[in-house]
Design a protein around this ligand. Structure first.
Ligand SMILES: [Zn+2]
Length: 605
């Protein structure tokens, strides 16, 4: 589906900048924002403000300005800009998710302009669309907006003189995050004119990141946590020429993400990289433990020395020791010559041991010795050899449980567990999905010589709501499959992505009890209202308990009370689960979980 909204342009392809007010006659018309306003609730009884199912915060613009100034003074312009840009980015992602729900029945354009409208509603300033043209399937996006009275500029100008750099960082992060989530492709908005530079209004332009030239490299640094685009820290960041195109080669080797939990992992990796500490990566299969291990190696002083990876589970138990520690000639029949083990091959560098929990008891003992003494002994050898290897281990099992069960040595566990780093499963950091989609689309287009333009809206929707039990690796596999199956120069659809078992139709989906996709069409949430008898029985017993009234002396079960409250809340909210959740002061996911685990609602299947 293609959506074009255009106003007359000048020869440079821009609408001439005119004072606010005169723009009004040419701006793109936004729909009434009453539907958005209706999602905003002040719950004064418990001190919460809700925007749909997201808790919001009303803060003073001036206090934000003070925080901003102090961040700039203490951390420097670049670091402060990075923090605020990413903060805005996440807000944009959340609002785009809401836009899909609130305007699911309207045109795509109306759904998209939830972004600029929320900008206004959230008090950021007025946003006018001058030129908005996007096509989700063809992977095209061009947006040009004018911002007047932006809160960030007001605060910037209050503390700093007019300069030659734009200052609407949080806001540009918001626009980029919103559009990226909406398109399922990495979109970058840049502020080409800004009131903090002396212009009468701020003008922002957005395109897919790969359509920008080198100037985007600078700006992507503020959106992506830095190790993604290279080894440098944002503090005293490197010149753009060294950083590399973000959507290009560099991205293919490093981890990919923007979510807070992803950033936290990257931060820990950066901290520990320059040391000699043993690191233990924890997390489900497919979360990218080896990718982080490689990044750690690249950021360490050993980066010019070998990085050797071993998947302990992939090597038969009787071979693992010779594989790791090497074999001396004549050690056993057939050992005609000496062979280096992985430890010796990694000498001076890093050895990555994946699925460490599967090591045999004997191999565990030898590994402990390397970690303690820095020495190995080849199979069949009579003397020891010293090696200088940094060990990074990884596991998807709970090693403490393995220790308890007697399958893993406790002393080895403590040796390995010096610096544990847990990588969050993808379903708990969904903000990373659009970026991963862009990343793998580019990668496999190039690898297979294909030219997929992007994803259909339906595919974007499905990918953003799917549970990804196989994590990043599953995203990668699914997109590679899509790139191969979809017709060239076209968009990847759900049928190209999910071919085996997952059922995708025309509906929207969400995660059900088993971690599977289920239809989230509101009409399929069927809740039976409580019966009069149930209400009567439970309330009588509650009264007995609370007020000591006579009559029925049976015990009252908390479970029954909760079930009744849940049913009643859904009834009062006319089946709107988010509204029912608000009535009970819990989040929508908590509500859904409770309703489903009690069998109160059923997925419409
Ligand atoms: Zn500005």
């Amino acid at each position: 589906m293609k959506t074009i909204v255009k106003a007359p342009l000048n020869s440079r392809g821009h609408l001439p900048l005119v004072p606010p007010g005169t723009v009004a006659q040419e701006k793109v018309r936004f729909p009434d924002l009453a539907d958005l306003l209706a999602r905003l609730r002040f719950s004064t009884s418990d001190g919460r403000i809700w925007l749909d199912d997201q808790r919001m915060l009303l803060i003073h613009a001036k206090s934000m300005g003070t925080l901003r100034r102090e961040m700039i003074e203490v951390l420097g312009m670049d670091v402060a800009r990075g923090f605020l840009t990413r903060m805005g980015y996440h807000a944009g992602v959340h609002d785009a998710q809401m836009a899909r729900k609130v305007r699911s029945k309207t045109s795509l354009k109306d759904m998209f302009v939830v972004g600029p409208q929320m900008h206004c509603l959230e008090g950021i300033g007025i946003s006018e669309a001058i030129n908005l043209e996007f096509d989700v399937e063809a992977g095209r996006h061009y947006g040009e907006f004018l911002w007047t009275s932006p809160v960030e500029d007001e605060e910037h100008i209050r503390h700093f003189p007019i300069g030659n750099e734009p200052a609407c960082w949080m806001q540009i992060g918001y626009a980029s995050g919103f559009s990226t989530e909406f398109m399922g492709r990495q979109v970058l908005y840049r502020e080409v004119e800004c009131q903090s530079m002396g212009h009468s209004a701020c003008r922002i332009v957005g395109k897919l990141v790969e359509e920008w030239g080198d100037e985007a490299v600078e700006d992507m640094r503020f959106i992506l946590p830095d190790a993604v685009v290279g080894a440098s820290s944002l503090i005293g960041g490197r010149p753009a020429s060294e950083v590399g195109r973000p959507a290009d080669v560099e991205l293919q080797t490093g981890p990919v993400g923007v979510s807070p939990s992803y950033t936290a992992v990257l931060h820990m990796v950066r901290r520990v990289a320059p040391t000699q500490a043993t690191v233990l990566f924890l997390g489900e299969s497919g979360v990218g433990k080896e990718v982080f291990a490689r990044t750690l190696h690249r950021l360490s002083a050993r980066s010019t020395m070998p990085f050797v990876a071993v998947n302990c589970a992939a090597i038969p138990e009787q071979l693992i020791e010779s594989e790791l520690f090497g074999v001396e000639r004549g050690a056993f029949t057939g050992a005609m010559q000496s062979r280096l083990g992985r430890f010796e091959r990694a000498d001076g560098g890093t050895l990555f041991l994946d699925e460490i929990g599967t090591l045999s008891a004997s191999a565990q003992g030898k590994l402990l010795r390397v970690l303690q003494e820095g020495e190995i002994e080849r199979l069949g050898d009579t003397h020891t050899r010293s090696v200088n290897v940094r060990v990074i281990a990884a596991t998807n099992v709970d090693l403490r449980e393995e220790v308890k069960a007697g399958r893993f040595r406790e002393d080895l566990f403590f040796r390995l567990n010096v610096f544990p780093v847990r990588i969050t499963p993808l379903r708990e950091r969904r903000e990373d999905i659009p970026l991963l989609m862009t990343h793998f689309l580019t990668k496999y287009n190039r690898l297979h010589g294909r030219r997929m333009t992007g994803f259909t809206e339906r595919a974007v929707d499905a990918m953003l709501s799917y549970d990804w039990p196989g994590n990043v690796r599953e995203v990668e596999n699914v997109i590679e499959r899509g790139v191969i199956l979809a017709p060239d120069n076209g968009a990847i659809d759900t049928s190209h992505l999910f071919t085996s078992g997952e059922r995708f139709g025309e509906q929207r989906f969400e995660i059900g009890r088993e971690g599977r996709l289920v239809a989230s069409d509101p009409s399929s949430f069927v809740a039976d209202p409580p019966s009069d008898r149930e209400v009567d029985r439970v309330s009588r017993r509650v009264n007995n308990l609370l007020l000591g009234e006579g009559g029925d002396c049976d015990n009252v079960s908390l479970d029954e009370i909760e079930t009744l409250l849940l049913k009643r809340a859904v009834e009062r909210a006319n089946g709107n689960v988010a509204a029912a959740a608000r009535l009970l002061g819990i989040t929508r996911p908590q509500m859904v979980y409770r309703l489903k685990s009690r069998g109160i609602v059923h997925d419409g299947e």
